[in-house]
Design a binder for this molecule. Structure first.
Ligand SMILES: Cc1ncc(COP(=O)(O)O)c(C=O)c1O
Length: 423
């Protein structure tokens, strides 16, 4: 059977990760509390040089902890970029605060020249997102924060190991957070790490963690099933209808969790945010974080290959120009005029490029933009880009052969359909 290549279906899971999940299922006494939580937090502090790290079950929970620490109140404004996930907006809405959107540039990150115009007397914080592991112009964001006395939050959900000017992303803001979601840089299905760089907020952040419960055993079990079911049943059979059916059935009947629920698309966070990081998911995350350097070196090599192979197509991809930036390319985004066409064509070869980051400036596309307080037309660049974007896979599951196949098929499509003219 043809090997299935997917951008977002368990892209970081190797055989040993599946085995770790299987053995974890049989050790329920270690699911909630245990030593791995502390080990993961201390690893993040020592390896990345962050002051204080506190784990939660997701980036969403980290955001809620940050908003509690900064005392975010009803009517306060938080500046965010468009082309983001509703997982960033819903925690703001939960505090009855207001997301204020700033457009992006072609690096898919916030257009720093447009931030100052959006600052008001109600603005409390700016969230600086490093989209797909490409560092944003973080020092420009910092300048605005310093000028207006705003709190800076780095959204490093896509950027574990990315660097700016020799420092790891996550070291620049008052706060930062990482995500270990199923399709992120490293994965434990659900998981997140809060970084508190400003001592002023430390006690409140620690107290929030202490007050936050552990997930239920049922919830932990559901997450452990994800690498097992996707890798043993879904992916091997995905090129036939059976794999897709197993996935749809498991998601429908709550055997597997969804990364973002319908409830969230409509502006409400489920009750499993905020929760602590459970010990057994910290164990899976630790296994992954030890492999981070290899994963990110591979991502960079794959991105370099795509750039080389696709260099003759005008405006097809953004190449970070600043030598200060070390992107890690969680995915390799292309801007394609007939993006849907490319996605459909690649499906015929069992290559699945639709990762949910399309068709709306707030993803997934089913998100109710009105509930997110987003009005059409306010961020025109992101509205154009979200229709053109197609992400190529860079993850460790992609072999050298797969990478060559993906690049060759994309090239062939662009040449024959002439969607992006060549130099
Ligand atoms: C840019 C961005 N920020 C924050 C989050 C939230 O992270 P998590 O899924 O761990 O809650 C996500 C992912 O959902 C994301 O893509």
């Amino acid at each position: 059977m043809t090997k299935v290549i997917s951008v977002s279906l368990s892209p970081n899971t190797e055989k040993e990760d599946v085995l770790a999940a299987v053995s974890s299922v049989f050790q329920p006494w270690s699911w909630k509390r245990g030593l791995f939580i502390d080990r993961l937090e201390r690893y993040f502090e020592h390896h990345f040089g962050f002051k204080k790290c506190i784990s939660f079950n997701s980036g969403r929970s980290c955001l809620l902890s940050i908003f509690d620490a900064i005392d975010l109140k009803e009517g306060d404004e938080v500046i965010v970029q468009s082309y983001t996930c509703n997982a960033v907006i819903n925690p703001i809405l939960k505090m009855k605060a207001v997301p204020v959107y700033v457009d992006i540039t072609s690096d898919l990150n916030i257009d720093t020249s447009k931030i100052a115009a959006k600052v008001t007397s109600r603005t409390k914080a700016i969230i600086a997102q490093h989209t797909f592991g490409m560092p944003c112009d973080i020092m420009e964001v910092k300048k605005v924060c310093e000028n207006y006395g705003l709190i800076m939050i780095e959204d490093c959900a896509h950027a574990v190991g990315a660097m700016y000017d020799g420092k790891f992303c996550g070291a620049f803001g008052d706060f930062a957070f990482f995500s270990f979601g199923r399709d992120k840089v490293i994965s434990s299905v659900y998981g997140g790490m809060l970084v508190v760089n400003n001592d002023k907020y430390l006690d409140k952040a620690v107290s929030f963690w202490e007050r936050t419960p552990y997930p239920s055993s049922g919830w932990v079990f559901q997450q452990l099933l994800h690498p097992i079911i996707t890798n043993l049943f879904v992916l091997p059979l995905y090129s036939s209808k059976i794999g897709k059916g197993i996935l749809a059935y498991s998601l429908n009947y709550n055997i597997l969790s969804k990364s973002v629920t319908n409830q969230e698309n409509n502006g409400t966070l489920p009750d499993y945010f905020p929760l602590k990081m459970p010990n057994i998911l910290a164990y899976l995350a630790l296994k992954q974080v030890y492999k981070l350097e290899r994963y990110n070196l591979w991502r960079k090599a794959v991105a370099d290959y795509y750039k080389l192979e696709l260099r003759n197509f005008k405006g097809l991809y953004f190449d970070p120009v600043s030598p200060l930036k070390r992107p890690i390319y969680m995915r390799f985004p292309l801007f394609v005029r007939n993006a849907e066409g490319l996605i459909e064509e690649m499906k015929k070869h069992h290559i699945y490029l639709h990762d949910g980051w399309r068709d709306s400036p707030i993803v997934p596309a089913k998100t109710d933009k009105q509930k997110m307080m987003y009005s059409n037309g306010i961020c025109p660049t992101s509205e154009i880009i979200c229709n053109q974007i197609v992400c190529l896979p860079t993850s460790i599951r992609l072999s050298k052969q797969d990478m060559k196949r993906v690049a060759a098929l994309v090239k062939e499509y662009l040449e024959t359909k002439n969607t992006n003219s060549q130099d």
